[in-house]
Design a protein around this ligand. Structure first.
Ligand SMILES: [Fe+2]
Ligand SMILES: [Fe+2]
Length: 137
């Protein structure tokens, strides 16, 4: 089964942000776990709920992280907010597709894209916030 292991490679060096990211990784792992119990014959409430939990946690995290950026006067806040909006749009599209799909499960391509969706943003964008505070080398 696909699972993401949290490693220090994903740390941005701001504790409250890293804790949020660990929660998001955990939500995503719950989604992957829920695909195990899903099958074509019965709707997967568990998977539906796990996707919605990921969406809710993402929304809260993005708002929290934008607050952190404001607090530290992060210069690229406006751009970063747009990236968050794009991430929420992509997640909403994916969840809508899932809800309309009779298969009630996620393809491995979709799971891969969810993993990239989260990890790429943390590794390439959120780390810049930590670098701005001087928290990371
Ligand atoms: Fe971010
Ligand atoms: Fe983040």
């Amino acid at each position: 089964m696909r699972q993401i292991a949290w490693t220090t490679d994903l740390a941005v060096g701001i504790e409250e942000v890293d804790l949020d990211h660990q929660r998001l990784v955990s939500c995503l792992n719950d989604v992957f776990q829920a695909t195990q119990s899903a099958n074509a014959d019965k709707p997967s409430t568990t998977l539906h709920d796990a996707l919605n939990a990921l969406r809710q946690q993402s929304k809260e995290h993005f708002a929290h992280e934008e607050g952190v950026m404001r607090r530290i006067a992060y210069p690229a806040l406006a751009h970063h907010r747009i990236l968050h909006e794009d991430l929420m749009t992509a997640l909403n599209v994916l969840i809508d597709q899932f809800d309309q799909n009779a298969k009630n499960t996620l393809s491995s391509d979709t799971m891969q894209s969810l993993e990239v969706w989260l990890l790429h943003h943390i590794e390439y964008e959120d780390k810049k916030i930590g670098a701005h505070t001087g928290a990371t080398a």
